[in-house]
Every structure is written in structure tokens, then in C-alpha cells.
Design a binder for this molecule. Structure first.
Ligand code: G
Ligand code: G
Ligand code: MN
Length: 537
């Protein structure tokens, strides 16, 4: 026996063993699609064979009509690639129902060529929303593709090859003119099936323009192969294709990948001829490089603590006394070109906000202690990103930092921002409630915006609520009625929560807030953020 045949036989045995262990249904078919052998829960599929057996009939009979093109493409690609999957394919069930199965295929070449199919019902990951998929082609929309590609690339572990190929197809319009819209639709469907089948998980393919497509794949040569294969999708149609493949393994966050990909793809759509493999990869790497540089300077900024605290007073509307100062971070050096909001936003995007929050808390704790030694009683509010509470890696460090600073806990307010980043609300609440039990107080930032609403108020047992500045700005519009503001204030009063109005810029706004029963005010009317805190006389 030749080494190749021997290897194939082993491969077959491995595959069969794997298929029976992991698959629920198993088929062996010949080159024409006739079922030669079946195993597993085969009675689940097919419409009404009395015997329940499919042996002797063709596999196409039990595949949902809409997915037959995908299956044809699968068979075609299998001959080239040897094995493929998982790819979602819908099979016919009993009583007109159909259901999606994940299909893995293995092709054994040779005179008596055979194809093995293993089917599993486990759903594909990724959670592609219906609205991200074009119903006619089954391809992802541009945004759907970008989103899912970014997630897939961010989760791709190092060492797993991952490539993205962009494809331009010329001649579709001519085909439509010559053969009509129905034909063109069918042609597009067959092309879509090819792209889907070769893509990662059978679903990482999208249409990003009238004649532009993109897909993620695992072997570099898939790009060129698809380019050739699409040219010949129909004998009567003359198509030209241009492909460009780039390597996609890179350590970037999802958000950065998303931006980079959308830039790279829009360049390709503008002028595919000017973009080749090297240029695409270089454009991508260039952006990745910029991100790396920013991450490096962010890390050294955090480690050296080379950022500053600005302080803005929060004042009692009744007495005019200063209740506390909010700490607003200020950056210099390399970070200086960006606004503080950009720097914080970047830290959130690249997953460094947790480290930053810890560094800032350290600074704030030191500052309060220093002032205490000088005989000044100072209370600070630090912004705390919801991501920090969510982080498995940093939460212990954060909690032990605060536990070790019990001496000043009455002088540190945790101002919770970016609450929409919190997925596990119960866990976050448990952490906050532990911190409250040793004296820290919690303030919910940006209340009344999409980022923070009643939902959070119900879960988090907070001491203060900061009403979003937009509500205060609204007071200046003629005919303003404080309906929402009043309902927030009443609710908070009933719950025993103090309220802060921010962005108070005028005496009028301050008085209005006071008349509504808001407790504290913050804004340019009382003072801008400055490098030394305002203290009560
Ligand atoms: O004062 P300024 O315009 O720079 O603040 C912009 C925004 O940046 C604020 O709304 C605040 O939420 C955020 N911010 C400023 N400093 C910090 C900080 O130290 N930590 C966090 N998480 N956010 C901050
Ligand atoms: O949401 P947070 O409290 O973290 O927001 C603080 C932000 O609001 C900072 O960017 C700060 O510079 C800004 N800010 C503070 N006071 C005022 C004000 O009176 N008017 C406006 N427009 N912005 C303010
Ligand atoms: Mn804030």
C-alpha cells in the first residue's frame, strides 16, 4: 500500500471514529450524491420514508431546496480541500419542518471516490442576527460581516491561521442584461454558496458592495482558489475576478480590528487594482502598529503614574458647602494630543481601563491621606468603569486595594460609569455591596442616558445618582417642563438616594435644580476642573 493511501485510510478511520463520537448523523455518499451508508439518528431527517432508511436515495432529496447550492459548492470544494466544516445546512424533517445541522465533510479521492458527512445539531456560535444576513444570498451584510469578522479575529488564538480575502467580480451586470434578473439572482446564489462553504464556520462570508465580497478562511491559498472557481461558476457567463488576501492574525481588540477591517475593505472597494496582498497586509499591520504604539505609551503612563488629577467641586444646593470633588484625569506627554475622553475611550477599547482605574484609585487614596495628615478633610469621587467590576483579572487587585484603604473609605466615592459594559449585574452588585459595607459610597454616573437608567438603580444599591448634564441643559429651552427631572428626583428621594445635577453653568439652573429638590450641583457655575481641589473654608 502506498504511503498516501495508507495515510488516507488512517484519516478515514480517524474521521469515522470522530464522526460517531461527536456526530448525531453520519452519511457516506458517492460522487453522484447517492447515499451508500448511514448511521446515527437518521430517522430525524427526510420526509416520510416508511423504512426510515435513506440508503440508495440521493442526498439532495433530504436537503432543503434553498441550501442545495451550498451543498453543491461544498462537494466542489471538498474535492479540492479534502475536508471542510462546520457548515450550517438545513435538512428536511418530517411534516414540512426543516432544521439546521452543522455539517463536517471528508472527501476520499480515487476511482471509487467517497464523501463522508458528519452532522451535528449544535448551533454555530457567533450569534448572527437575522438582520445581518441577506435572505436571498445567505451572505452577511457589510456591517454583519465586519462585526462577526472582528469577533472571530479577536477570538482567534495565536497559531491558528486566519486570512481574509476580498473579491471583486466583474461581469455580473452584463450577465443580468443578457439573461435577465432571475438568472442573475440564481448566479449570485451559487457564488454566495461557494463563498460561504469555503469560509470559517461556513458563515464568515459577506457581500460588501455590488460586486465586492469578503470572507475569512484558514488556508492562504483559498483566496486564489475561490477567485478561479467563481470565474467558472456558470459556463454561459464570462466573469472576471480580482482577489486580495491578507493575513489576519494580530493582537488587536475587537473594536480596533473592526475599524481596521472596515478601512481596508473600503480601500479595496474603491480600487481593487491598486490593492494587493502585500499592501492590504501592510495597511492592516500599519494600523495594528499604531495601536501597539498607543498601547505601549498607555502602559508606561499607567505604570509610572504620569497622569494628573484635576478636581471639580460638587456643591450642596441648600448650603453652598462643598460636598466632594470629582477627579477628572488629565494627560500630558504623548497622550496630550488627545482629549481625556479619547484617552479613556481608548483604554476602554483596548482593555486597559481596569489597570487605569486601579492606578487612579491609588493616586486618589494617597492624595486623601496626604490631605488628612495636613488636617484637611477632603472627599473625592473617582470614575470607575463598569468594565473594571466585570474584569476577572483585575477585580481582586481592585478590591484588595480598597480593602487596604479602609481608613479613608468615607472619603472616597466610587462613581460608576460605563455601566452598559456590565453583563453580570449580580456579581457587580455583590462587589459594590462588599465595598459599601466597609464604608465606601457609590454614585451612579450619567443617570437618565442610555448608559444608565432605572434598570441599574434597581440592581445597584447606590448612595448618589448623578443626573446627566443634558437634563440641566434642557432647562434653557423655552417652554421647558421638568417632567422627567421631577420623576427622577421623586424616585431617588423615595429610595433614599441623593441627587447631583451636573453641567450647572448658570445661577438660574442652580436655583431651578434646588427648587426641584436636587441635592447637589456640579459645573462651571461653581468651578472648572482645576489641579487643586476646592475646600470648605
Ligand atoms: O473633564 P473631561 O471632559 O475631561 O471628562 C471627560 C469624561 O472622561 C468624563 O465624563 C469622565 O466620564 C471621563 N473621565 C475623566 N477622567 C476619568 C477617569 O479617571 N476614569 C474614568 N473611567 N473616566 C474618566
Ligand atoms: O460625566 P462626568 O461627570 O464624568 O463628566 C465630567 C465632564 O463634564 C468633564 O468633561 C467636564 O469637563 C465636563 N463639565 C464639567 N462642568 C461642566 C459644565 O458646567 N458644562 C459643561 N458643558 N461641561 C462640564
Ligand atoms: Mn463622572
Amino acid at each position: 500500500m502506498s504511503a498516501l493511501v495508507e495515510e488516507l485510510r488512517k484519516e478515514r478511520e480517524r474521521f469515522v471514529a470522530f464522526a460517531f463520537a461527536a456526530a448525531e448523523i453520519f452519511f457516506e455518499i458517492d460522487a453522484g450524491g447517492t447515499i451508500l451508508f448511514e448511521g446515527g439518528a437518521v430517522e430525524k431527517i427526510g420526509a416520510g420514508q416508511a423504512s426510515g432508511s435513506h440508503v440508495g436515495s440521493t442526498i439532495y432529496d433530504i436537503i432543503e431546496e434553498d441550501d442545495r447550492d451550498v451543498f453543491s459548492a461544498l462537494k466542489l470544494h471538498l474535492e479540492h480541500k479534502g475536508r471542510l466544516g462546520p457548515i450550517p445546512i438545513r435538512f428536511k424533517g418530517h411534516g414540512g419542518q426543516n432544521f439546521a445541522l452543522r455539517l463536517f465533510g471528508l472527501h476520499m479521492p480515487g476511482e471509487n471516490s467517497r464523501t463522508f458527512l458528519a452532522l451535528r445539531s449544535a448551533p454555530l456560535g457567533g450569534g448572527v442576527g437575522e438582520q445581518s444576513i441577506d435572505q436571498e444570498t445567505g451572505l452577511l451584510t457589510k456591517d454583519g460581516f465586519l462585526d462577526l469578522a472582528a469577533t472571530t479575529m479577536a477570538e482567534n488564538s495565536a497559531g491558528n491561521n486566519l486570512y481574509m480575502t476580498a473579491v471583486e467580480v466583474d461581469g455580473l451586470e452584463e450577465a443580468q442584461k443578457k439573461f435577465g434578473p432571475k438568472f442573475a439572482k440564481n448566479l449570485l446564489g451559487r457564488m454566495a454558496a461557494q463563498l460561504k462553504t469555503i469560509s470559517v464556520d461556513g458563515q464568515m462570508a459577506g457581500q460588501i458592495g455590488d460586486k465586492h465580497f469578503a470572507f475569512l478562511h484558514r488556508s492562504q491559498s483559498d483566496g486564489k482558489y475561490i477567485g478561479e472557481s467563481l470565474k467558472n461558476v456558470d459556463d454561459n457567463v464570462e466573469l472576471k475576478t480580482a482577489v486580495s488576501t491578507m493575513s489576519a492574525d494580530n493582537e488587536m481588540t475587537e473594536d480596533q480590528i473592526l475599524r481596521t477591517l472596515s478601512y481596508v475593505l473600503s480601500k479595496f472597494c474603491e480600487d481593487s487594482a491598486s490593492v494587493d496582498f502585500d499592501q492590504l497586509t501592510a495597511a492592516y499591520d500599519g494600523m495594528a502598529g499604531e495601536v501597539k504604539e498607543r498601547v505601549t505609551s498607555m502602559r508606561s503612563m499607567i505604570e509610572s503614574g504620569s497622569f494628573k488629577m484635576a478636581f471639580q467641586p460638587v456643591v450642596s444646593l441648600k448650603t453652598g458647602d462643598i460636598h466632594h470633588n470629582e477627579v477628572l484625569s488629565r494627560f500630558d506627554g504623548k497622550m496630550d494630543q488627545k482629549t481625556p475622553r479619547d484617552v479613556i475611550g481608548f483604554a476602554e477599547d483596548v482593555g486597559m481601563i481596569e489597570e487605569f482605574d486601579i492606578a487612579l484609585c491609588n493616586k486618589a487614596i494617597d492624595y486623601v491621606r496626604k490631605m488628612k495628615k495636613l488636617g484637611e478633610s477632603l472627599t473625592l469621587a473617582v470614575n470607575l468603569s463598569g468594565r473594571t467590576l466585570e474584569s476577572g483579572r483585575f477585580i481582586d487587585e481592585f478590591v484588595s486595594l480598597l480593602s487596604g484603604a479602609k481608613d479613608i473609605s468615607r472619603h472616597l466615592l466610587l462613581e460608576l460609569t460605563e455601566t452598559k459594559a456590565i453583563k453580570n449585574m449580580e456579581k457587580a452588585e455583590a462587589i459594590l455591596s462588599d465595598l459599601k459595607s466597609i464604608g465606601y459610597r457609590v454614585c451612579l454616573d450619567d443617570f437618565g442616558t442610555g448608559a444608565s437608567g432605572y434598570h441599574y438603580l434597581r440592581t445597584f444599591n447606590v448612595d448618589l445618582v448623578k443626573i446627566d448634564g443634558a437634563y440641566v441643559r434642557d432647562m434653557n429651552t423655552p417652554g421647558y417642563k421638568p417632567t422627567f427631572l421631577l420623576s427622577i428626583v421623586r424616585l431617588c428621594r423615595d429610595l433614599g438616594i441623593k441627587t447631583i445635577g451636573e453641567h450647572v453653568e448658570t445661577r438660574f439652573q442652580a436655583d431651578f435644580l434646588k427648587s426641584l429638590g436636587v441635592d447637589y450641583g456640579q459645573g462651571f457655575h461653581y468651578g472648572k476642573p482645576e489641579f487643586s481641589p476646592k475646600l470648605n473654608k
